[in-house]
Design a protein around this ligand. Sequence first.
Ligand code: MG
Length: 339
Amino acid sequence: MSDNKISMNHGAGGEVMANLISSTVLDNITKKSVNGGISLDELDDGASIPLGDYEIVVTTDGHTIDPLFFPGGDIGRISAAGTINDVSVMGARPLAISNAIIMQEGFPIDDLDKIMKSLNETCMEADVAVITGDTKVMPQDKLDGIVMVTTGIGIAKKGEVIRDSSLEVGDKIIVTGSLGDHGMSLMSFREGFGFETDLKSDVAPMWNIINKALEIGGVTAMKDPTRGGFANAINEMASKAGVGVVLEQEAIPIREEVHAVSEMLGIDPFEVANEGKVVMGVKADKADEILQAIQKEKYGENAAIIGEVVEGDYVIINTPIGGERILEAPIADPVPRVC
Ligand code: MG
């Protein structure tokens, strides 16, 4: 990394970003939690503030995606879904978002209109309100297009917030659908590949799926595998809990088109962002029931049980030919500006 300046890797969700956050953010902030709720130090998908019988869950997310409109979505959909999903994976019902828009002078008003319609549609899927916001414009040469910052607020019963750090030995790991769709589709779209593919982003709100799993019970830990992809999410979950995970490669859903693009670009589908997926640890005796409930939901038809939590220090993938390999967290996201 170069000398004392921010590089693209500092925003890529991997180890480089984690080091930057810990040295510049965490060390400089004094008060990092309220009423004993989930704190900034925990670097979870969101934080919580216990109030009476409930916990308010809060999360915030900046969106710098390029291009603004892509197969399967746009910056409006991703701003809504990303924030709704970060609240939802905390086990909290998303209630509302705030939305700050920072635009370049000259930005087409028609595009802003499309983006807001898309944001609204996505919020309506999860019955989430947009209750406040902010609009700023910057001179043409100071900003590229539009940046949106969304903050999400949700609610859970006290003590029922779900962390990304609480996997337990014996849990089954569920993914709610095929991995790598968002990162790979964006990458192939940006590269202007001519090959015939109907690959598109999976960007979608996950609350309805998560709500079904929560109603059944037995969900121990959750995370949405966005930047850094599934490899980052599952490694973070395992290392925070001090456990190992064993995965069956054949059980992990990946689309044919994602495989194809992945081989062409030399990018691992496990390392790119998903914007409409959840990684869940669930109690073994609830796993089948939860899986079936998810599969009946919109966006959940390809859900699968892909492995289990074991004692150990690594995430290991059993390959179809009887071998095994360690799945490591990526150093940085190989595909920048995907969310
Ligand atoms: Mg997240």
